[in-house]
Design a protein around this ligand. Structure first.
Ligand SMILES: *[C@@H]1O[C@H](CO)[C@@H](O)[C@H](O)[C@H]1NC(C)=O
Ligand SMILES: *[C@@H]1O[C@H](CO)[C@@H](O)[C@H](O)[C@H]1NC(C)=O
Length: 261
């Protein structure tokens, strides 16, 4: 009974927190570490805190996990639960901190962990917008050597198609491990946020364990001038450092803007 109630709440929370909000209530619960890498057998502690002025003691705190992108998230443990063989929830309300200790990690523990805060006395029929999720911490239990991505912008397609007003630049990041990456596009030194479509997750080669991921940028032919330099940057977290010097760039092509009327 309680479980199905919780599930309902989470579903609704997911749709409210992850899709439209982003900047508002999502910032009540903070998970400042986006990625973590550990070795098999290690013990790892994930941390969660609250936004300035928000008291953790006014909420019931939970840890959830999601195995893969798009899969349902599952409750692991909540505050004051007894530790299990693998998990221990550690609440420190004085410091506004809630932690999850995962012991003797194996490849199965390579998932994304979400910290969540729910109001006290949540009933099934109460408004579910009263639970808040952090941004998640993606943990990788390393199964091979770390490797930085190779980055390439493919030759633009659609140039030959005279009637098309746009071209698509495809940035391919490949042969990296683990999948602790994000892809950004810049024009000159300005980040481009519009007309960008990035894969929601990286795909893995079963044999080599290496990942690849792509991002597509649509550019109008009018803008694709030789003086404009488009750069794709793959930000990679190697376990200790954020590395952002894996990039490729391409300039616009002379005359392409004359293709269209
Ligand atoms: C959470 O993610 C959103 C969207 O990506 C971002 O704008 C925000 O800064 C993140 N919040 C924290 C606390 O990292
Ligand atoms: C991560 O990057 C830093 C800085 O480039 C480097 O010193 C370190 O050895 C790298 N770690 C791994 C595991 O590759």
């Amino acid at each position: 009974m309680f479980r199905s109630c919780l599930f309902k709440i989470i579903l609704i929370c997911l749709s409210t927190v992850f899709i439209p909000l982003g900047q508002t209530s999502a910032h009540i619960v903070l998970q400042s570490t986006r990625f973590m890498s550990v070795l098999p057998g290690d013990e790892v502690t994930l941390d969660c805190s609250m936004a300035a002025g928000v008291r953790m003691s006014s909420y019931i705190m939970y840890w959830y996990k999601q195995d893969h992108y798009g899969e349902p998230i599952q409750l692991i443990i909540k505050e004051n639960d007894k530790p299990t063989q693998n998990y221990e929830a550690i609440l420190n309300t004085n410091d506004n901190r809630f932690s999850l200790k995962v012991s003797k990690v194996t490849a199965q523990d390579s998932v994304t962990y979400y910290c969540a805060a729910g109001h006290m006395h949540v009933y099934c029929d109460s408004s579910a917008s009263q639970a808040y999720f952090g941004n998640g911490t993606k943990l990788t239990v390393l199964e091979r050597d770390v490797k930085e991505p190779e980055v390439e912008i493919l030759k633009p397609s659609g140039i030959e198609t005279r009637c098309k007003k746009t071209i698509t630049l495809v940035c391919v990041a490949e042969k990296f491990y683990p999948d602790h990456v994000s892809i950004t596009w810049t024009l000159g030194d300005k980040e481009i946020k519009e007309n960008v479509a990035t894969d929601p997750y990286a795909t893995q080669d079963k044999t080599t364990k290496l990942f690849s991921m792509t991002s597509r940028l649509k550019v109008s032919k009018k803008e694709f001038k030789p003086k404009n330099k488009y750069r794709c940057t793959v930000n990679f977290y190697n376990g200790t450092h954020d590395i952002s010097d894996n990039t490729d760039e391409i300039n616009g092509i002379e005359g392409i803007s004359l293709d269209i009327n």
